[in-house]
Design a protein around this ligand. Sequence first.
Ligand code: CP
Length: 314
Amino acid sequence: MSALEMSTKHLLGIKYITREDIDLIFSTAENFKEVINRPIKKVPSLRDITIANLFFENSTRTRISFELAEKRLSADVVNFSASSSSVKKGETLLDTVNNILSMKVDMIVMRHPAPGAHAFLANHIDVNIINAGDGTHEHPTQALLDAFSMREKLGDLKGKKVVIVGDILHSRVALSNIFCLKKLGAEVMVCGPPTLIPKHIKMLGVEVSYNIREALEWCDVANVLRIQLERQDIKYIPSLREYSSYFGIDLELLNSLKKDIIIMHPGPINRGVELSGDVADSEHSIILDQVENGVAIRMAVLYLLASKRNVIKA
Ligand code: CP
């Protein structure tokens, strides 16, 4: 049974929320998914609430998804992009945020390249903070929308087998997915080249495979990640071509398995590297369902945190 309110005032990471929080987010997101499929997609839940979306790193899906979620809840929205801001002139993160908050902002959604940036801010400011990705650490709303999408296809995730494939070492999506799936009772495996699998990952209770066929034969769902070249200061793989020949998933490989599996990807996809285009566009793929569900999940998180903090006005 779901709790009635979130146990935390921020969403800093999946590590810091409970199984009951996840169930509450999912049941709330189910209601909001129904709302956004109506001809009139808007509800007044966050009317007179102002939310600042602070993106210190590039984003397509997360940024648009949060903005749509906020607008569908009738919030007032301001968007900030580091590349066109006074951060370029040397302003600190805390000064930037305090200046924005003094304009009567009620909640902050932030993506930042530094792991822990959100936890640091949470110690210094009083409004709700939602982590939209902090470096290689966590991306909690991505993990929630991933698990919600798996649950739509498979039902209860207890005992379901999920493999996360690719650049685990640099992936905030991998870490948040592991925390979320383990809290929901799923079995989790990671698969990739040894150089891109963290040494002590088994301490999180996951299996490790270095063989893509073995991993795909094992799983019900493969969540496939991009190689994050922008976070790699040294060479972890000889070339993308070699990575693709050992770990890339194409239709021939999928069709040779003994069962059908679900293919997921958080985006952006590098077609022809981790997934062939025909797999990304095939009936195995629920990639666009993930994107659709992202709006409902983010509406749920915004609504529940605003309710928790009495930000919602009577
Ligand atoms: N999945 C994801 O975080 O995508 P963006 O980087 O486009 O937001």
